[in-house]
Design a protein around this ligand. Structure first.
Ligand SMILES: *[C@@H]1O[C@H](CO)[C@@H](O)[C@H](O)[C@H]1NC(C)=O
Ligand SMILES: *[C@@H]1O[C@H](CO)[C@@H](O)[C@H](O)[C@H]1NC(C)=O
Ligand SMILES: *[C@@H]1O[C@H](CO)[C@@H](O)[C@H](O)[C@H]1NC(C)=O
Length: 290
């Protein structure tokens, strides 16, 4: 059973354990902070600034309270008080995206006892700076078109979970030029990939007059780790429209040739007729038909 302990008691216990370590049977040790952090495994789940603290717990009949602090706040702010759930949405408590937040989880018995006057034990979560640590979600291709040898691709600028006044900020709105997109594109009939980068949400690349497939990936240029988003779904162009344009030209050319041939035949016929008339006049022998 876990007993709430004061920090001093915990420290003494830890010292004692250290001194007795070679002979102290581990199983007999009562749970201290290190035991707790083994029992309660804290992880961050955060994408596009929606941030949830999760923990896995092997403890039974305990409740949890999340406490948060940052360099700007000089006290712990409580969140998800005495919850028996094993997660807590802290999105709205991390609005200052550049700030490094400290977070810990207090662990208390579900049933309150007189011992509760003592400060309950807690485990720390890893520090979290939203601007550096939130994952970037899978990009979505908003639209694309291929006009002959120009491929144009527009990437959606997603809304994040961060609200300022009435509006949710977009990813571009938060990262500005620190957010870059990479377009990977290749001929549908082959596998050789090319890539192109942009610091906007739009690509315009020169391609051959062929079908292409492509996808995109976001990169946060200012980060040293966790820089890349997953790749978007693959999309492919289809030049059927281009083919019908070609067919249009071929039909046009054929019609033109037919018209020219008709004109030539007509003028040749007319010329022959006139020649025959002329020669008839010269002969002074009017044509007679039976
Ligand atoms: C803690 O949780 C993470 C993710 O949920 C898992 O990958 C890891 O193995 C866990 N660690 C321990 C010590 O249980
Ligand atoms: C395709 O490009 C041509 C010339 O470059 C332009 O006149 C035409 O409007 C474009 N078509 C579309 C659908 O963008
Ligand atoms: C890019 O990131 C750096 C470091 O995180 C930050 O100082 C800078 O203001 C950011 N630039 C823009 C345009 O957001």
């Amino acid at each position: 059973m876990l007993q709430p302990r004061t920090p001093i008691l915990l420290l003494l216990e830890a010292l004692l354990l250290l001194l007795l370590l070679p002979s102290a049977p581990r199983a007999a040790a009562t749970p201290g902070s290190s035991e707790l952090s083994k029992a309660v495994n804290v992880t961050w789940k955060s994408t596009d600034f929606k941030t949830i603290l999760e923990w896995q717990s092997t403890l039974k009949d305990y409740v949890y309270t999340v406490e948060m602090s940052s360099s700007k706040a000089n006290r712990w702010k409580k969140k998800c008080i005495r919850t028996s759930a094993t997660e807590c949405d802290v999105t709205d408590d991390m609005k200052d995206v550049m700030e490094k937040y400290s977070t810990r989880i207090l662990i208390e018995k579900q049933m309150r006892t007189e011992d509760d006057i003592e400060e309950p034990p807690f485990v720390y979560a890893p520090d979290f700076t939203p601007y550096l640590d939130t994952n970037i979600g899978q990009p979505i291709i908003e639209s694309f078109s291929q006009n002959g040898t120009k491929l144009r691709v527009v990437v959606q600028d997603p809304h994040t979970a961060l609200r300022l006044e009435q509006n949710y900020k977009t990813l571009r709105g938060i990262f500005g030029r620190n957010l870059s997109y990479t377009l990977f594109y290749w001929k549908a009939a082959s596998t050789g990939k090319k890539s192109e980068k942009t610091d906007t949400n739009e690509f315009l690349v020169n391609v051959e007059r062929e079908d292409y497939c492509f996808n995109v990936q976001a990169t946060i240029l200012s980060r040293s780790k966790n820089r890349k988003s997953p790749e978007s779904r693959i999309e492919c162009t289809s030049l059927k429209k281009g083919l019908s344009e070609e067919a249009f030209f071929i039909i046009g050319a054929v019609v033109l040739v037919i018209i020219i041939i008709t004109i030539v035949i007509l003028s040749v016929t007319l010329y022959k007729c006139r020649k025959r008339k002329d020669s008839a006049k010269k002969d002074h022998s009017p044509l007679r038909f039976p």
